[in-house]
Ligand binder design. Sequence first.
Ligand SMILES: [Zn+2]
Length: 438
Amino acid sequence: MAMIEIVKKNWVKNKVLTLSLFGAIIALTILITISYKNIGKQTKKPEIFKSINQKSDIINFKKFLLNQIKSPFINVNYEIVQGDTIEKILKKYKVNNREIQTVINEYKKFGKSSHLTLGKKIDIIIKKEIEDDNSIIKFSIPITKSTTVEITKNEENKLVSKKIITKLYKKKILSENSIKNNLYSSAIQAKINPETIIEFARIFGFEIDFQRDIRKNDYFKIVYEKYFDETGKFIKSGSILYAHMTVNGREISLYKFGDDDDYGYFDMNGKSVEKALMKTPINGARLSSPFGMRKHPIQGFNKMHTGTDFAAPMGTPIMASGSGTITRAKWCGGGGNCIKIKHNSTYETIYAHMKNFAKGIKVGKKVRQGDIIGYVGSTGMSTGPHLHYEVIVNGKKVNSQTLKLPSGKVLKGEERNKFEIHRIKTDVLIAELISKKN
Ligand SMILES: [Zn+2]
């Protein structure tokens, strides 16, 4: 929502800007032409005089041209002074009384008296009309440190208002719990929001099989970011900074390392947890049919099952198990809607029976590990909603669940030194968060 508002705002601003730029260019061209003509005639005048004269000439000329162009919009960044009211301010710009009253009413909807805070800046766009009956395009006024009321004219020429959050407060949170039934319910119990749980499962998806490895009383700890508005209302979740699991006697701690648009998760030895392929390209699924010989559920006879089936509710998102290029995204007969991804010269993966593909998925598209490529369905030869997942190594279909993948990269040299410092800082942060809790 806020994004759209910013785009709109810039559009109007740009229009005004383009017009003034256009004016300035014309002014300059004319001035240059005039001064060229005068060069011959002018006798020696002190240089300093010349430049002063030219500067004021340009300013005057620009003003003149701007008036000539008659831009119908006035963009004002108004600073509230002592004794200002909305009415007083808008009257200065000759806005019609009807709209002034609407703006006041809309503003009051947010529980504000017409008393304005000194020094705050209001962003106003006014459209000039004939006979000084100007109208409002936008009236945007901050009401708190992090919220703004924006009153804008919609397509039906009506002034509408809404509150916009202009600033969010980031908080680092530590949550931990032992696993009673499954990771998801224990994480929800620890008040972790679903997006963060999904990301947590993705990170550990390379190391842990959530179907088989988890034992009762296994334990997790997670440090992640949450964004709040100024009233403390939760707005969105941020990234996971640290993730720990004690599973079946094994302890794994992972640290987020890198900058915001290029980061990974590394263990205590600086080794990346991420591998070429994920074990399970779907969250919260149940392995319903393994790789190998089986009696086919529809055809009835014994047949090699060349993939792994994951039962999941219709519409569950399916992820690209590794980065690569889509080489197939179409109807494949028995496989229904299916996708094939080529990851490198060694690995390919296939995803079948999809309900539909994710937006923009087509042959030739590059995807990153964890990108959503489609949704669980039951298309083609299928008895119920599930994902049929295949891994192909050097052209041969293999069991994705027992496949040993080459381990991730290990940080070295300067990068490793930076990681060590980052790891220590994170450990200090964890200790602080724990002491705050107790
Ligand atoms: Zn299958």
